[in-house]
Design a protein around this ligand. Structure first.
Ligand code: UD1
Length: 416
């Protein structure tokens, strides 16, 4: 039962409520480690990455409870211990615990983090920045141990923008001695959410939402309740579903302000997208014959996490397009699978050339990572005939019950 069967060719209609953001929940859950007491995080998505983060927090002695979408973390019994290797191994965000744990306990031992296989994804900058803050790190083949007698503020200039490094350094810096400057800082909405959470808990952070974050270390943070914003990537994926299958879909709670560039590209591909007060309305299949060029980048540029779903829209609706991937070096793993469905795509280096066909056909295809896996489901919705997408567990890392959500919208889809 690790697969999804989709009977393609049905238009979508109706409304789906967009879940809380995975990429905001994970660092915020890690940030609770900085606070002695009980934090309540609302709108946490029910996905396997959040489940693994909960397990990691529990392995460190925290008490974690979930009531619907509210996750309550009590860190008052935090202790030093080894984290479960399987949870560290499947999820790259486990690295986020490093900065927070060093700030709180001064000592960490962990295996190297995992995550989707979409590139080399080294952690050199995470370790380099923490070393500069006074952390001693002993790296071995399978993992490393880190120790700090106290963290001190630094000016850290990154050679390129990194979401994870910005977050880790933020978490290490809020309780450090003195001032830390992160430049260029990532500006993703999920980092803004993390800053908001920390500021509400008493952190002193200047420059939220800009590419220069200045953090003045404080002595302690206070427990807070915080609501995670909706997931712009999930909203974008369902937007693509409608653009491929046709119909009309209302994405309730979609974070309109964070999705400008996504909506702009949906428009370039011929979809009719309109903003409402509480979400986004998408109508109609992608259409028109103008070629489309898309280049991924750091926020506010087009998000790499929506590159595969947009590739599917081009491939399935007769579009000619060029997609340049600038963030991860191995993010075209979906291409051979899409070709099994009749897509015409060639890859040269970090650029994919899409020669859209009038219609894809059903096939058995394999999810190889999270966003690519969801994109294959999107492709199958538009394809003629039946498709099976295997390795559903990748999709479950980031999408709350995708089968139920798409059925709500009229798709013919079931577990297989
Ligand atoms: C985060 C998101 C992911 C998104 C990505 C880019 C989470 C949980 N994940 O991943 O969904 O696709 O941002 O928007 O929020 N790099 C190094 N050395 C380091 C760290 C990173 O070379 O120490 C490289 C990576 O290999 C990659 C680039 O920097 O090529 C950007 O990665 P980064 O922004 O750090 O992505 P993640 O935080 O892993």
């Amino acid at each position: 039962m690790d697969a999804v069967r989709i009977y393609g060719g049905n238009c979508l209609s109706g409304q789906t409520t967009i879940q809380g953001s995975k990429n905001a929940s994970l660092p915020i859950l890690a940030a609770t480690l900085l606070i002695n007491g009980i934090c309540e995080i609302e709108n946490c998505p029910d996905i396997s990455d959040v489940y693994h983060m909960q397990r990691l927090l529990e392995s460190l002695g925290c008490r974690v409870e979930r009531e619907d979408s509210l996750v309550r973390v009590d860190t008052s019994c935090l202790r030093e211990s080894n984290m479960p290797a399987d949870s560290v191994g499947v999820m790259r965000s486990s690295i986020m615990l490093l900065g927070a744990l060093l700030a709180r306990t001064g000592s960490v031992r962990m295996e190297y983090p995992g995550g989707c296989v979409i590139g080399a994804r080294p952690i050199d900058l995470h370790l380099q920045s923490l070393r500069r803050m006074g952390v001693e790190i002993d790296q071995q083949e399978l993992g490393f141990s880190a120790r700090a007698a106290g963290l001190r503020g630094i000016v850290f200039r990154l050679p390129f923008v990194s979401v994870g490094v910005t977050e880790n350094l933020l978490l290490a810096a809020v309780l450090a001695e003195g001032m830390t400057v992160i430049e260029p800082a990532a500006r993703e909405p999920e980092i803004q959410a993390l800053c908001e959470f920390l500021i509400r808990a008493g952190a002193r952070i200047e420059g939220t939402g800009s590419d220069r974050l200045v953090i003045h270390g404080v002595e302690k943070l206070m427990p807070v309740r915080y609501r995670v914003p909706a997931d712009r990537i999930v909203a974008g994926t369902y937007m693509c579903s409608c653009m491929c299958a046709g119909g009309s879909v209302f994405l309730k709670d979609a974070p309109v302000r964070d999705m400008e560039v996504v909506v702009e590209y949906a428009g370039k591909l011929g979809a009719v997208v309109s903003y409402e007060s509480d979400g986004i309305l998408v109508a109609g299949r992608a259409c028109g014959s103008l070629p489309c060029a898309l280049r991924t980048g750091c926020y506010p540029d087009f998000p790499t996490d929506l590159q595969s779903p947009f590739m599917v829209v081009m491939a399935a609706s007769g579009k000619r397009g060029r997609i340049e991937e600038t963030v991860f070096e191995n993010r075209f793993r979906i291409v051979p699978e899409l070709m099994k469905m009749g897509a015409d795509i060639s890859v040269q280096g970090n650029t994919a050339y899409v020669n859209g066909v009038r219609r894809l056909h059903g096939a058995v295809v394999q999810a190889k990572e999270l966003r690519g896996g969801a994109a294959l489901v999107v492709a199958a919705l538009a394809a003629e005939g039946t498709s099976i997408v295997t390795n559903r567990h990748y999709i479950d890392r980031g999408y709350e019950d995708i089968v139920f959500r798409l059925r709500e919208l009229g798709a013919k889809i079931e577990l297989a």
